[in-house]
Write a new protein. Sequence first.
Length: 485
Amino acid sequence: MSETKQATDRPTAPPQGANGVDRYFRISERGSTFGREIRGGFATFFTMAYILVLNPIILGSAKDKFGHHLDAVQLTTATALVAAVMTIIMGVGGNLPLALAAGLGLNAVVAFQIAPLMSWDDAMGLVVLEGLLICVLVVTGLREAVMHAIPQPLKQAISVGIGLFIAFIGFVDAGFVSRIPDAANTTVPVQLGGTGSLTGWPVLVFCLGVLLTIGLLARKVKGAILISIVTMTILAMIINSAADVKSWGLTTPEWPDKLVDTPDFGLIGHFSLFGAFDAAGVGIVTVVLLIFTLVLSDFFDTMGTVVGISAEAGLLDEEGKVPNLGRVLLIDGAAAVAGGAASSSSATSYIESAAGVGEGSRTGFSNLITGGLFGLALFLTPLLTIVPLQAAAPALVAVGFLMMTQVKNIDWDKYDIAIPAFLTIAVMPFTYSITNGIGAGFLAYVVIKVVLGKAKEIHWLLWGVSALFLVYFAIDPIEQVLGAK
C-alpha cells in the first residue's frame, strides 16, 4: 500500500478552521490539501491531454457509409468541451478525483465498426442510446448492485491489473516497447524499442523521465509526477530544436506558432437517436448487438476504473465500497450521452486519473483543475498539447507501480480466488483491455466455485454478468448464427 493511500485509509474530521470549499469536497477530512489537489489536477490533465489529438485522428480518419469525414477542428472542440464539462460535473457531483473524456477503444468501435454501416449522425445516436441505457441501469440500482456483488479480492485484482495495464500503456506510448509486425514471422509479439533495441531521442526522454520520476517518488518529493512531466517536456523541446528528430508520435514538443485558436462547435447536437434502426442494409439484430458491445465495454471499463482509482486513493470503505457510487456511475453514464450528442464518441472515466491520485488527489476538487484545463484547451489547444507522450508516459509507469502494491492483499493460497485474480490481472495488459480482464476473472470465479461445490457462494448477479460475458467473448459465432455477419 502506498504511503499516500495509507494517509487516507482512516478519514479524520476536518479542522474547525476549514473553509466551505474544504468542507464540501472533504479535502482535509480525506487527508489532502489544496496544493495536492491542484498538483493532481495538473498531472491528470497532462497524462490524458493526448486525447485532444488522438480522438480527432481516430474519428477523423474514418468514413461513414456515405463517405463522409468528421472535421478535425470540430472534433477537437467537441472532445475538449465534453471532457471539461463532464470532468467538472464528476468533481462537484461525485467528489472523486476521476476525470472523463472520449473513451479509447469505444471511439475505435464507433469509427471502424459502426460508422461504415450508417451515417455519422446515426452512429452517434447509438452512442447516446448506450449512455441512456447505462443511466437506466444506474437508476434501477443494477449497476451499483453488480459492483457491490464483486468479492473484495477480485476488486483488488482489478486494481492491480489496471496498474499493469497502464504501465504497459506507458511503455508502448513512449516507444520503449513496440509490437513486432506479423511480417517478421516470429512468435514474439512485442520487443524492446522499434528494432529490438532502444534508439532515438524520444525514447531517451522517456527513460530519463522514468528515472527522474522513480527517484523523486523514492525521495518522497511533493509533486514528483508533475515535476517529471514538466521537466521532461522542457528537455524534449530543447532536444527537438537542437537535434534532427524524425517523429515524436502524436505530439511534437515545439513552441506553437500561435497560442490561441478559435473553437468550432459545428458538431454539437448532430446525432439521430433512432436513425440506425432505419438505416438501409442494417438489420435490427446488428444494431442491438452493436449497442450491447458499447454498453458492456463502457460498463465494465468504468467499473474497473472507479474501483481502481478509489482503492489507490484509499477511499474504499471497510466493505470495499466506493463513496457516492450511485452519483459517480450516473455521471459516467451521462458522459456517454454527452459524448454522443457532441459527436466526440462515448465519454467515460479515465484510468489516467491515477496520475493525479499518485500526485496526492483525493477529492473532486482536483477535477476542477483538470476540467478547467480542458476548458482552456478549447482556446489554447496549441499551447496545452505540446507535452509529448514520452514526457507524460513515465507517470503511467510510476502509478502502475503504486497500484501494483495492492497485490499483497490477495490470498494466493486460496485457488478459488487466486486463479480468478491472476486471470484478471494478466488478461488486462495482455489483451489491452480492462473489460476483457474483468470478464476472464468473473468467468473463472464462477466456474471454479461450481467445480468446488461452492455454487451457493456466488452472488446471483455474478451469474447474470458472467452469462453476459460468455456472450461478449462469443460475439462472433453468435453474430454468424443470427445472420448478423
